[in-house]
Design a protein around this ligand. Structure first.
Ligand code: FES
Length: 143
């Protein structure tokens, strides 16, 4: 079977789909090649903990499954820890993805990072630019 049960489950029953109207951080990224777009909303409390997280993905099944899993992995975490989330960790949590679908998981990692960056920018929180350096170099990102 091409896709794991977890991928199919998160594709068919994605968690945390939607929009947070008063989000503290919003990130939107897209993949220029396939045209898929992912938007991530974060609600962050005064202690820097992600209390809620929702996403909208206009894209393939793997992009939907990875964004769903990414929201589950970062909910309840500190923003700094959410920044550590790698696409590899998301893929592992889904019990793998076919090689040609790995790029879809990169979109999930980037959407989380873009949302955290937006939160930092909106709140005047200083950060190390290097944290987001790869993103700006990345052809997949529309920041
Ligand atoms: Fe575009 Fe999966 S094919 S994100």
């Amino acid at each position: 079977m091409l896709y794991s049960e977890k991928v199919m489950d998160h594709f068919q029953n994605p968690r945390n789909v939607g929009k947070i109207e008063d989000a503290d951080g919003v990130g939107e990224v897209g993949n220029a090649k396939c045209g898929d777009i992912m938007k991530m909303y974060l609600k962050i409390d005064d202690d820097g903990v992600i209390t809620d997280c929702k996403f909208n993905t206009f894209g393939c099944g793997s992009a939907i499954a990875t964004s769903s899993m990414a929201t589950e992995l970062i909910k309840g975490k500190k923003v700094e820890d959410a920044l550590e989330l790698s696409n590899r960790a998301v893929v592992e949590a889904l019990d793998g993805l076919p090689t040609h679908k790995i790029h879809c998981s990169v979109l999930a990692e980037e959407a989380v990072k873009a949302a955290v960056k937006d939160y930092y920018d909106k709140n005047g929180i200083a950060y190390d630019e290097d944290l987001f350096k790869n993103m700006e170099d990345c052809e997949n990102c529309q920041m």
